[in-house]
Structure formats: structure tokens, C-alpha cells
Design a binder for this molecule. Structure first.
Ligand code: DX5
Ligand code: ZN
Length: 217
């Protein structure tokens, strides 16, 4: 079944713990934590202390998306803060394989994120080093953006590449996931949908998750 990773970027930051519990009660599979440094992306969000505090009150596995320069420098801090998946961008580090290997050695599950314009070639030689591929369907930095149509085809190609590799690597999409785009993305082969505004803006997040998973008409 399609997994849902609820993006805490769209939560009420004054009540993050309660917001995380609300998403857990509604049936989310993961909590997606967007870490932004104001350099790799123009926005600044939150860091490891906030993640640790949320982890203390919510037992959902944490899917931490690092949008920071020099992610290697911070990997250990985020694994200690509770990251189950720790995802770094191919655009952020010249020694990607080493950064991914480091995350695995720290005991977390490594993820690789690609900006919309970054070719899938970046994945080909690190397949042994990842448990998750995150195809960005918007340019990272802000919630509430519209999905870039070309990323649907990219997701399809990514799914083929992962299937062909014979490995168990999750395929996650992030940005602009909504009622109108979820079926396309599932059809393209995405098996983890990140959703921020589509869940936190919904009156009934459980019903919104069912729609994203394709469980209702
Ligand atoms: C964007 C972040 C996303 C964001 C998605 O840079 O990586 O995780 O929270 O937000 P929505 O679902 O609102 O597009
Ligand atoms: Zn994200």
C-alpha cells in the first residue's frame, strides 16, 4: 500500500507535538521533517532539537529531509535526534557515496533526494547505498507549491530504474502532492507520498490520506 509521510512543515509550529500526534491518529506512516538551512534553499525551518522534541511525543518513524549544504557534517546529530530515514540531496555534496555510507554506518536508513532538474544518473552508482529515493516534484524550500508536470515522467523512469536494480528501495515524491496529483504519482510508481498542505489544511486528515492512497472514489 502507498505510504503517507506527513510533512510537519505545514503544521502549526506552536503546537508541533500535538500536530504530530494528530497525523499519527489519522493514519500517517511517517513524519516528514524538512530541515532547511537558508543556504541550499532560501528558507530556514527547524533543526535537530525540534525533531528530538517531536520524536519524544510521537512514535511514528521520522523521515528527515535535509535541505542543507554539507549534510555530512550534520548526519550524526540528526540520527541521534531520532531519524529513521535520513535523506540528503545529490546537489549538496561532492562525495555523495561517502555521505550515504556514513548515514548507514550511523544506523539510519539513507535516502537520496534529487531536485526536479537533476538527472536520474546521480542514482545509478549509489544503488547499494540507499534505502529511499526522493524525487522532488517541486523545487525545495517552501510548502504549498504546484507540482512540476515533468517530474511525473521522471518518477516513472525512477521506478523503472529501481525495479530493474532488484533492490528494495522506496520511491518517495515530495511537493504538490494533492488529491489532483496523487493518482498520477502512484501510477508512475511512487510508493511514499509526502504531503503537507493537503493534510494539515484538510478538515479530516484521515479522509485526505485515504484519497491520496487511492482508497476512495
Ligand atoms: C518542500 C518540502 C516539502 C513540503 C511539501 O521543500 O520538501 O516536504 O513540505 O509541501 P506540500 O505538500 O504543501 O507541497
Ligand atoms: Zn520535504
Amino acid at each position: 500500500m502507498t505510504a503517507i509521510s506527513a510533512s510537519m512543515l505545514a503544521s502549526n509550529f506552536a503546537r508541533m507535538g500535538e500536530e504530530a500526534c494528530r497525523m499519527q491518529a489519522a493514519g500517517a506512516d511517517f513524519l516528514h521533517m524538512d530541515v532547511m538551512d537558508g543556504r541550499f534553499v532560501p528558507n530556514i525551518s527547524f533543526g535537530a532539537d525540534v525533531i528530538r522534541a517531536v520524536h519524544a511525543v510521537c512514535s511514528l518513524p521520522l523521515d528527515v529531509h535535509l535541505m542543507v549544504e554539507d549534510p555530512d557534517r550534520y548526519a550524526e546529530t540528526f540520527v541521534r535526534a531520532g531519524a529513521t530515514f535520513l535523506t540528503v540531496h545529490a546537489e549538496c555534496t561532492p562525495h555523495l557515496q561517502r555521505a550515504l555510507r556514513h548515514i548507514r554506518d550511523l544506523g539510519a536508513r539513507p535516502g537520496l533526494a534529487l531536485n526536479p532538474a537533476t538527472p536520474l544518473d546521480a542514482v545509478r552508482y549509489v544503488l547499494d547505498d540507499i534505502d529511499l529515493l526522493l524525487v522532488m516534484t517541486v523545487n525545495p524550500g517552501f510548502g504549498g507549491q504546484k507540482l512540476i508536470p515533468a517530474t511525473v515522467e521522471k518518477t516513472r523512469e525512477a521506478a523503472q530504474l529501481l525495479r530493474g536494480s532488484g533492490r528494495e528501495i522506496r520511491l518517495e515524491v515530495d511537493g504538490g502532492v494533492a488529491e489532483s496529483t496523487a493518482a498520477l504519482l502512484r501510477g508512475a510508481g511512487a510508493d511514499v507520498l509526502v504531503a503537507g498542505s493537503a493534510l494539515f489544511g484538510a478538515k479530516d486528515p484521515a479522509a485526505a490520506m485515504a484519497v491520496l492512497r487511492g482508497q476512495t472514489a
